[in-house]
Design a protein around this ligand. Structure first.
Ligand code: NAD
Ligand code: MG
Length: 295
């Protein structure tokens, strides 16, 4: 029997959100409504059987949705996150194990080069290899006036969002086989930068260019590289300074589909791009925005 068809306007929460400030990094389990990362709503079908994946920022939001979907598709999954986010990470571990797969938790800060390089080797050792690398961790802090943007924030945003990608990829090339897949998370901000996200949007532009160039460099090894460009997705990043609190109630409501996206709505694309079904797909930007066009 075919699944009931659903209306994208009403498939997920489409009301206004309550303002709900948290310090960064925010804890997903404390959000209202709790983002849907596919714990119940994603169904796998063996598309990644036997694969081994490392997902940065895998405790919450988009990375959690990818990690859970990968496990439901038959992959063992290691996630990286900040130590403060342990309670979110434990929920992901439980979801991966409930899908019958191995979960590896590796907390630590991607601003630390030594940690970041070691993360890749620790993940590969614990998983017994590495086929899929999802570079998804990111920080976003809105600042209205460039004069108030501190050097510390600019450096942190660049180090976490893009510089750490060079370190992880350099180490991951020890393991990724032909058929391996690297995914990065860019943003619609790469194409349409907001006035209050001058540091963040610039890193997203860099991620898009990095991903396309890396695809060209790694093609001869049979390693594909693609990037996903989300629009407004209901995740912890947004409530702890990614948006001004005044923007939270109507977050996502100006998109064509008139609501914020849920992380699980990105999971099928992260699965596809990591899988053999995407064997002729590399160097691409996949936008999932609720309607904004990435160009
Ligand atoms: P999220 O807060 O759930 O995930 C971001 C994760 O980044 C955190 O969970 C944290 O573990 C990790 N992180 C942050 N600083 C870190 C550090 N110093 N060391 C290690 N890990 C660190 O939010 P999300 O929205 O799911 O974000 C995932 C990715 O999606 C980010 O790259 C973000 O820029 C991107 N994105 C999000 C949206 C959106 O609307 N939510 C839109 C476009 C792009
Ligand atoms: Mg988190």
């Amino acid at each position: 029997m075919s699944e009931k068809i659903s209306n994208p306007l009403t498939k997920y929460y489409n009301g206004k959100f309550e303002k709900q400030p948290q310090e960064a990094p925010a804890i997903q389990g404390k959000m209202q409504p709790v983002p849907d990362c596919g714990e119940e709503s994603y169904t796998g079908s063996g598309k990644l059987t036997g694969r081994k994946a490392l997902v940065t920022g895998g405790d919450s939001g988009i990375g959690r949705a990818a990690a859970i979907a990968y496990a439901k598709e038959g992959a063992d999954v290691a996630i990286n996150y900040l130590p403060f986010e342990e309670e979110d990470a434990q929920e992901v571990k439980a979801a991966i194990e409930a899908a019958g797969q191995k979960a590896v938790l590796i907390p630590g800060d991607l601003r630390d080069e030594d940690f970041t390089r070691k993360l890749v080797h620790d993940a590969a050792a614990a998983l017994g290899g590495l086929d899929i690398l999802v570079l998804n961790a990111g920080m976003q802090q809105a600042v209205q006036d460039i004069k108030d943007l501190t050097t510390e924030q600019i450096k942190d945003t660049f180090t976490i969002n893009i510089i750490s990608m060079y370190w992880t990829v350099q180490e991951a090339l020890d393991y990724l086989p032909a058929g391996g897949s690297i995914l990065t998370t860019t943003s619609i901000q790469s194409a349409e930068p907001s006035a209050q996200l001058l540091d963040y949007a610039a890193t997203k532009g860099a991620i898009t260019s990095f991903s396309k160039g890396l695809a060209a460099q790694l093609s001869e090894k049979g390693i594909r590289v693609n990037t996903v460009a989300p629009g407004p997705i209901w995740t912890p990043l947004q409530i702890c300074g990614g948006q001004p609190q005044s923007a939270i109630p109507e977050f996502g409501q100006n998109e064509l589909l008139k609501r914020a996206g849920q992380p699980v709505e990105l999971a099928p694309v992260y699965v596809f791009l990591a899988s053999d079904e995407a064997s002729y797909v590399t160097g691409q930007v996949y936008s999932i925005t609720g309607g904004s066009f990435f160009a």
